[in-house]
Ligand binder design. Structure first.
Ligand SMILES: C[S@@+](CC[C@H](N)C(=O)[O-])C[C@H]1O[C@@H](n2cnc3c(N)ncnc32)[C@H](O)[C@@H]1O
Length: 324
């Protein structure tokens, strides 16, 4: 089945990223290419975009969709993890970046392809790796982790109150034979929960937890954030050309990611990060960011109706403080 990924909060992304003709931007989660395409349009005729994705299938799709921009070198695509942003940017030869977008998580293409193992609705191999060229799959994880480890993962990354029960069921089931398919986990996670029309599927939180664990999603985000700041600041020193300060725009889809983004941006927007009991600043920390969204921006109700995937999206944006 060929699905189309609808870019989430596109208008808001463009409003905060402010892509301008001739500018250089990074889409750290190129996915289905929707945001990338819009940034390319706004930066025409000579702006450039570096599109990064950890999923080779996603990159192949973007390459096909935006073939013209790839051949004119306005779009450079790189396979990699945004946790290695600084290296990827260097290798791509991008030196002056005006904005970086991260639209976290997974795309409709990944979700709707049962072979990728993200879907509890349609059965498929229990993989869940965004980058299938490395790392361990969700099947490896559920068949090897201890009951306690599984309960911790499902609790911490899924915020699932039935985490212990689900972990116990998984361990009991795998004693009969390896767990290899999504339908098995969906069934184990949903067992005993009465079906309520309109409620989220009872396996949703368990699937989210396994996906986050398999892809080390929170760690990768934490690694990426300071690099985004450095990459954007690298041009901030030379602000004599009257161009705008570099901006970062991040869309998250669950509270764990959003908390990491919020805390990072708030900390980097402060001049002093000493603990409150320290009477005089000893940290010497200087604000490197200015918050553009003191509160997260959420999608309009029209967008959520048109694209239910946008339902839990939260957008935060900040711009580099340019030292005079
Ligand atoms: C929500 S989709 C992006 C959709 C895209 N903005 C669009 O409009 O089509 C997220 C994409 O980010 C990729 N991704 C997730 N974590 C990543 C990481 N750590 N490094 C690079 N890409 C990542 C996923 O493979 C997926 O293709």
């Amino acid at each position: 089945m060929q699905t189309q990924h609808m870019p989430v909060m596109l208008e808001e992304v463009l409003k905060f990223l402010r892509p301008a003709p001739g500018g250089h931007y990074i889409d750290g989660t190129a996915g289905g290419g929707g945001h990338t395409e819009a940034i390319l349009e706004r930066t025409a005729p000579d702006g450039k975009v570096l599109g990064i994705d950890t999923d080779v299938q996603a990159l192949a799709r973007v390459r096909e969709r935006l073939a013209e921009s790839v051949s004119s070198r306005r779009l450079v695509l790189a396979h990699g993890n945004f946790a290695e942003l600084a290296r990827i940017v260097n290798e791509a030869g991008f030196v002056s970046i005006q904005g970086i977008l991260l639209d976290l998580g997974f795309s409709s293409h990944q979700m709707d392809n049962p072979e990728r193992g993200f879907s509890f609705g349609v059965d498929g191999p229990l993989d869940m790796r965004l980058d299938q060229s490395q790392g361990i799959s969700a099947a490896d994880l559920v068949n090897s982790a201890s009951e306690q480890e599984l309960a911790d993962i499902i609790w911490r990354y899924g915020e699932e109150t039935r985490s212990r029960q689900i972990a116990k069921r998984i361990v009991r089931e795998r004693a009969k034979g390896a767990i290899t398919h999504t339908a098995q986990v969906a069934w184990l996670a949903a067992a005993g929960v009465p079906f309520k029309p309109g409620a989220i599927h009872p396996a949703t939180k368990t699937f989210q937890a396994l996906r986050i664990a398999v892809n080390h999603e929170l760690e990768r985000l934490e690694e990426a954030l300071p690099q985004m700041l450095d990459v954007l600041s690298a041009r901030g020193r030379d602000e004599t050309d009257g161009r705008q300060a570099g901006r970062m725009v991040i869309i998250s889809f669950h509270s764990l990611e959003d908390r990491i983004v919020k805390e990072f941006m708030r900390r980097e927007a402060r001049d002093c990060i000493c603990p409150p009991h320290v009477p005089v600043c000893v940290c010497g920390h200087k604000a490197r960011l200015r918050l553009l969204t003191p509160k997260p921006v959420i999608p309009t109700s029209e967008e959520v109706i048109a694209n239910p995937r946008a339902r839990s999206a939260k957008l935060r944006a900040a711009e580099i403080v340019v030292s005079s």
